[in-house]
Design a protein around this ligand. Structure first.
Ligand SMILES: [Fe+2]
Ligand SMILES: [Fe+2]
Length: 199
């Protein structure tokens, strides 16, 4: 059972300071705060949101080669689509690091980190909270961030759909490979009747 008193917050803070560049460390704190805010709004467990938000980018500044080695050593087999997208390796490696090195075994927390970059079909409310916290944290300043924040505040599903649309059009615009989890995330929400725009 995850309870805030049993989580070594100070040790995790020190670890993040050691592993991350200063701007990425600040981003992690902002995502943690935003994850707690969205969790409170949506009846999601705030301890899990705080933990996943804080640690979601723990492997972000590890060199690609080292990250791939860590993923391989963890027994994870990457899909071809994963190999084509180095920007999401840190999510896979991050969840594996949390499980193996930090002994975190809560599947929802691990999945929230694992899928924070791509999304996926069948996301839990915690996964959506962390995905959206990453996209709409206070340090983010991409052109549509205010709109993304408004939509995320209104509805987790609409926020995740908007995030998927943004990600897909960005990748298409740059002629990059689309990850099947991102497409599955988008498709599921559209089939459910969720719409992010035009309201
Ligand atoms: Fe990330
Ligand atoms: Fe992030």
């Amino acid at each position: 059972m995850l309870s805030p008193e049993n989580i070594p917050w100070d040790a995790y803070d020190a670890l993040l300071k050691e592993k991350l560049k200063p701007s990425r460390y600040t981003h992690s704190l902002c995502v943690m705060e935003r994850a707690v805010e969205l969790a409170l709004k949506n009846g999601v467990d705030t301890t899990r949101a705080r933990l996943a938000g804080l640690l979601h980018d723990i492997m972000k500044n590890v060199p690609d080669k080292e990250m791939l080695q860590f993923i391989e050593d963890s027994g994870i087999i990457l899909l071809y689509a994963d190999l084509c997208a180095p920007q999401l390796w840190h999510a896979i490696a991050g969840a594996a690091y949390m499980k193996e090195k930090l002994g975190i075994d809560d599947p929802d927390v691990l999945n929230a980190v694992r899928y924070h970059t791509t999304g996926r079909a069948g996301m839990s409310p915690l996964e959506k909270v962390v995905y959206l916290a990453d996209l709409t944290s206070a340090d983010r300043d991409y052109p549509d961030v205010k709109k993304a924040r408004r939509i995320a505040d209104r509805s987790l599903d609409e926020g995740v759909l908007y995030g998927s649309e943004y990600l897909i059009s960005d990748l298409v615009g740059r002629e990059r490979v689309l990850h099947p989890d991102t497409l599955a995330c988008y498709d599921e929400l559209i089939k459910k009747g969720v719409r992010a725009n035009g309201k």
